[in-house]
Structures are given as structure tokens and as C-alpha cells.
Ligand binder design. Structure first.
Ligand code: PAF
Length: 264
């Protein structure tokens, strides 16, 4: 595809409508859309859900086909890592707070595999969902710092009718946890609402979310913060371009979500 503009959609498979939106956007805007499916062991911690991470290659390939994707790359772990990998890409700063606190090696695993995928793909436009907000910030820094020549395209989170952000992990919620999980977007919207009613003190905004999550016995809050969009550092006073980021456990399932304060 010499001269063709490539749209790359890196995923770990088990595609849902959020991924479908990434694929549709790439198909609509680029000459050639390419999907990668690889459950990357490097980004899972020793106690995390690598073994149980959901997979369904057949369904994924059908979705890619229906979306009009030209190429699918789904390497095995030994194809991706034929020899023990001794090179790692670490994006300091932005990888450390929030997700980085409980998942200290996660973003290095993400940055390393994403750097490999970009090297394999060559110059392209790469599509990522806003749901993984900190991941997007890590990848923006990676590409800028290493002059990778990749355009990062951020695509809005796709939500269920009750507001729950689509995630492959949602499938692992039992029916009652699934109902309870709607508390996550509700808490985020309440923070947005409080901001628009004049609350800018970040601690007060956090407390709004803490109270709402505490009302749902099945939900266990890991963190909620009002953060700067680029550094992911917690702010003391919210600004319209800040975001609220949250991580909540339902049993063994950990969900993350975020919303920009300025988005209605
Ligand atoms: O967001 C994901 O699915 C993964 O973290 C990514 C970017 C494909 C890297 O493995």
C-alpha cells in the first residue's frame, strides 16, 4: 500500500461497539484500515487477569470484516516476543499516578507493545478510545518523545444506555454487578454537574463521587481524582479542561472510566 494512508487500530480483541467505532472511523478516514489483536502479557501484573482475559477471535474477525478492515494482525505471544524481550519503553511521570499506583508495570508494558506495533505498521494514524484516558496520555508522550511520526486519533467513549462505558471486562460482571456498575458514570456526571453549578474545589468534587459510589454496596472505589489532561496530576482546583478519572471494583472486576468536566 505504497502512498496509502493507513489507519491502525491496536486492540486486545474481544471487540465491542467501542472498538467498532474505532474501526469505522479508520475505515472512513484512511485509505487502508488495519486491526491488531494481541493480548499483551507485558501489560498484565502477576496477579491480574491475563489468563481469564476474554477472547473470541472468530467474532473479532467477523466484526473486522463487516467494518471493511483490510488487514488483521493477530500474532501469537511467541511471534511478538520470539526471544525474551530485554528492551522496555517507560514513559515517566504520566504513567505513575492513578492506574500506575496499583499497576506499576502496566504502562511500560503498553508503551513497549505499542512501540512495537507502530514499528511494524510504519507511519500511520493510530486510533485509541478515550476510555483508557491515562493510556492515551502515555501514548501521546511516547510518540512525541521518540518522534515516531504516528498521528494519534482520540475517539470518544461509547456507552451503554445506562451510561456504562463499553469495555471487554464488562462481560465478566454478573447480572447484579452489571446493574450496579451504572453507578460509575452516574458518579462522573454528578461531578460534572457540581462543577457546572460552581464547585471548583477538587476535594469537594471528589467527595461528590465518593458519596455516590459509597451508596452502592457492590461498588468499591479505588480512586477518583480531578486531574490535568496532560500530566494526569491531581488538581486542587478544577478547570474546564480538567477531567475526572475513576477506578471502581465490582467483586474481582475492576472498571475504569473518565469524563471531561467541560463535556455536557
Ligand atoms: O487498549 C488496549 O487494548 C491495549 O492496552 C493496547 C493499546 C492494544 C496495547 O496492548
Amino acid at each position: 500500500h505504497r502512498g496509502a494512508r493507513v489507519g491502525l487500530v491496536p486492540t486486545m480483541g474481544f471487540l465491542h461497539e467501542g472498538h467498532r467505532t474505532l474501526l469505522d472511523t479508520a475505515v472512513a478516514h484512511d485509505d487502508v484500515a488495519a486491526l491488531t489483536i494481541f493480548v499483551n502479557p507485558l501489560q498484565f501484573g502477576p496477579t491480574e487477569d491475563l489468563a481469564t482475559y476474554p477472547r473470541d477471535l472468530e467474532r473479532d474477525l467477523a466484526m473486522a470484516n463487516a467494518a471493511g478492515v483490510a488487514h488483521v494482525l493477530h500474532p501469537s505471544v511467541t511471534e511478538m516476543y520470539p526471544t525474551p524481550i530485554v528492551t522496555a519503553v517507560t514513559v515517566a511521570g504520566v504513567s505513575e499516578p492513578l492506574e500506575g499506583l496499583s499497576r506499576p508495570t502496566h504502562f511500560s508494558g503498553v508503551a513497549t507493545v505499542v512501540a512495537k506495533l507502530f514499528a511494524i505498521a510504519g507511519p500511520c494514524r493510530a486510533y485509541f478510545g478515550e476510555k483508557d484516558y491515562q493510556q492515551l496520555a502515555v501514548i501521546r508522550h511516547l510518540v512525541a518523545d521518540l518522534d515516531m511520526g504516528i498521528d494519534i486519533i482520540e475517539v470518544a467513549t461509547v456507552r451503554e444506555s445506562d451510561g456504562l462505558a463499553l469495555s471487554s471486562r464488562n462481560r465478566r460482571l454478573d447480572p447484579s454487578q452489571r446493574v450496579a456498575a451504572a453507578i460509575v458514570p452516574r458518579a462522573l456526571v454528578a461531578v460534572q454537574d457540581a462543577f457546572w453549578h460552581g464547585t471548583i474545589d477538587a476535594e469537594k468534587l471528589r467527595e461528590t463521587a465518593v458519596r455516590i459510589i459509597a451508596d452502592e454496596p457492590q461498588a468499591h472505589l479505588e480512586y477518583v481524582e480531578v486531574v490535568d489532561r496532560d500530566t494526569l496530576r491531581p488538581l486542587q482546583s478544577a478547570t474546564p479542561d480538567a477531567s475526572v478519572v475513576i477506578a471502581v471494583w465490582f467483586g474481582q472486576i475492576r472498571l475504569i472510566d473518565n469524563v471531561a468536566l467541560s463535556r455536557l
